[in-house]
Design a protein around this ligand. Structure first.
Ligand code: AKG
Length: 261
């Protein structure tokens, strides 16, 4: 199965959901000028890390985000890996990734599991309990949010259940750009899967962000990589390549999980 993918590497207006909705609408329209199957947005694209104001600006039960992305998915006939948003579920605010297919259905929701203490996430957000696994056009994918890529066992829990490509949405800071690249490439090689990683650019009051959104193939080769300014990154993936690499070096058959605990 082949997919044409566009990653929306964007700056985010700090704490201004309306401005960000507007720019996402324009950027998705621009990305869809040429045929594409899947759009990917970055982490917390509607609010940024305006954590102290989240109670006021988080989307209640993701309702506005879902109706906004649904409309765009239908209009452009495209699947949307809707980055993540601050989602007020009543019992707390979650960092939720939502996937909407081109018929406008919400097919997946994943709440970030690992909260990043260095950026105070644990003080304002609740940790999720859901799986990142989802199915789209009969293919199996996984969704991850930013810090999650530092937990290889979490990603492995998804590739052992069949994930052939992993979507990573992020607000990864520039001082750790080298970690971003190395971790993404390592996750692709060790899981023999595509890694499709969409980061933001620009700055907020506390951080400068790295950009360098990337698509990496199951052999660990970089298929496409963005720079450090706003960009719509295009890449094509072919899941047949996952099958080939997994046949060449059959790590899933060779695992000895009984010794790993
Ligand atoms: O792990 C890192 O260095 C960055 C993680 C991060 O920025 C996040 O999870 O939002």
């Amino acid at each position: 199965m082949k997919f044409r993918i566009r990653l929306i590497q964007m700056d985010i207006a700090f704490g201004k959901p309306e401005d960000n909705f507007k720019q996402v609408e324009e950027k998705i329209a621009a990305a869809c000028k040429e045929n594409c199957d899947i759009i990917v947005l970055p982490e917390l694209w509607s609010t940024g890390y305006d954590l102290t104001r989240l109670l006021a600006i988080a989307d209640k039960h993701a309702k506005s985000t879902i109706s906004f992305l649904k409309e765009l998915a239908l209009k452009h006939q495209v699947h949307i890996v809707g980055g993540s948003i601050a989602n007020n579920k009543g019992n707390g605010i979650y960092n939720s990734l939502i996937v909407i297919d081109k018929s406008g259905e919400v097919i997946h929701e994943y709440d970030k599991l690992h909260l990043f203490q260095l950026m105070d996430e644990h003080l304002y957000l609740k940790s999720g309990t859901s799986s990142g696994l989802f199915s789209l056009e009969n293919s199996t994918f996984a969704s991850m949010i930013c810090y999650d890529i530092r937990f290889p066992e979490w990603i492995r829990a998804h590739t052992t259940k069949g994930a052939e490509a992993i979507f990573v949405v992020a607000e990864w800071p520039k001082p750790r750009l080298a970690h971003w690249k190395s971790l993404l490439i390592a996750r692709a090689i060790e899981n023999q899967c595509y890694v499709i990683a969409c980061n933001r650019v620009g700055a907020d009051p506390d951080n400068i962000f790295a950009g360098h959104s990337m698509v990496i193939d199951p052999w660990g080769e970089i298929v496409a990589e963005a720079g450090e300014i706003e960009e719509i990154l295009s890449a094509a993936i072919d899941l047949e390549k996952v099958t080939e690499v997994r046949k060449t070096i059959p790590i899933f058959a060779d695992r000895k999980p009984e010794y790993y605990q």
